[in-house]
Design a protein around this ligand. Structure first.
Ligand SMILES: *Cc1c(COP(=O)(O)O)cnc(C)c1O
Length: 380
């Protein structure tokens, strides 16, 4: 089955009770048992719910995995992976990480005796240099936020081979439409479903996918034991969102390409960070491991004036000022004062997050309107 067909059909079947084509919202906490221990496969909705299970199977199929698990947020999904570890285990991660991931590593799991190393994963040797007997998890995020760095998943997977190291990839920015980490050698794929998979800015949710039986066992054990599951209504909304994932992503990519080209030519723009541009420093790896380049773009301004950037992000009409990404509507943000405000200026600037950097989540509107919007804002 090809991707678009999977997006519509995988994991879902007509409701056995009525034939309803859409998976019903099984808004129930428990299930009546015919006799003690005799049920229809469901006993309690923390352990299993038909709407959630349909979604879990759908996401697993999209990633070409065998097992999916959905959680109350992306962070709850990350929490589940970290709970597979024990004290003294070591984790290697990128130094250019989603802020929430860094926060849960640093403020929650360090307390439990897990040691984290942060390296520049663009240089695979740096990853290799941190591997030792205690290394149990390598956490990759690619493309990264907001600099759109592309980490070579295959090269990192090679380092994990025969070492009992779990390789997990946060695939939120790319989605399985653009990148399939399990096929590149990863053991676990993680999603903030909140973003592109949901796609309509109306749900907060996370997911994990694996094809490894042992990891799956542990994942479902933690999902049930810790209990950070997602709700039936939210599962229904995401099942609905996923049916158009391939169509939305196609448009995100088309719009992304046109806007990146527009910005690249604009006299007030200094640098454009979009992995589809030939001038992007990781363009070749992006071309190798992604099927297209998505709708996330960052750019900086000539003169690097913070006031200019603030003026632009508050004067666009269709690009609205907001956190988050991946919805059908276009968003604009200013990393230095929003998502990355807690990082000291000198550290931030070293990774390219300068005062004038602006991040776009390009939606699926008509691109001529979006370009006109940016053009007007850049003129002001
Ligand atoms: C948003 C995001 C998360 C966290 O997901 P939530 O659904 O907000 O908990 C993790 N990783 C990346 C790359 C994200 O963009």
């Amino acid at each position: 089955m090809k991707f678009g067909t999977k997006a519509i059909h995988a994991g879902v079947k007509p409701d056995p009770a009525t034939g309803a084509i859409m998976t019903p919202i099984y808004q129930t906490s428990t299930y009546v048992q015919e006799a003690i221990g005799v049920n229809k496969g469901y006993a309690y909705s923390r352990s299993g719910n038909p709407t959630r299970n349909a979604l879990e199977n759908s996401i697993a199929a999209l990633e070409n995995g065998s097992y999916g698990a959905c959680f109350g947020s992306g962070m709850a999904a990350i929490d589940c992976v970290l709970k597979m570890l024990k004290p003294e285990d070591e984790v290697i991660s990128t130094d250019d990480l989603y802020g929430g991931s860094y926060r849960i590593f640093k403020t929650i799991f360090e307390k439990y005796g897990i040691k984290f190393h942060y390296v520049n994963m663009l240089d695979v040797k740096q990853v290799e240099s941190k591997i030792n007997q205690n290394t149990k998890l390598i956490w990759v995020e690619t493309p990264t936020n907001p600099m759109m760095n592309i980490i070579d998943i295959k090269a990192i997977a090679k380092l994990c081979k025969n070492k009992k190291i779990i390789l997990a990839v946060d695939n939120t920015f790319a989605t399985p439409y653009l990148q399939k980490p399990l096929e590149l050698g990863a053991d676990i794929v993680m999603h903030s479903v909140t973003k592109y998979l949901g796609g309509h800015s109306d749900v907060v949710m996370g997911a994990l996918v694996t094809k490894n039986d042992d990891i799956a066992k542990e994942m479902y054990h933690i999902q049930n034991a810790s209990g950070a599951v997602t709700a039936p209504m939210d599962s229904f909304l995401v099942l609905r969102g996923i049916k158009t994932l391939h169509l939305r992503m196609q448009r995100h990519c088309e719009n992304g390409a046109k806007i990146a080209a527009f910005l690249n030519e604009h006299p007030k723009v200094e640098n454009v960070y979009w992995p589809g541009l030939k001038t992007h420093k990781n363009h070749l790896i992006a071309k190798e491991q992604m099927s297209n380049f998505g709708g996330m773009i960052s750019f900086s301004l000539k003169g690097n004036n913070i006031e200019d950037a603030k003026k632009i992000v508050t004067s666009t009409k269709y690009f609205v000022l907001a956190e988050s990404l991946g919805g059908v509507e276009s968003l604009i943000g200013h990393p230095a004062t929003m998502t990355h405000a807690s990082i000291p200026k000198n550290v931030r600037e070293k990774s390219g997050i300068v005062d004038s950097l602006i991040r776009l989540s390009v939606g699926v509107e008509d691109v001529t309107d979006l370009i006109e919007d940016l053009n007007n804002a850049l003129k002001a």
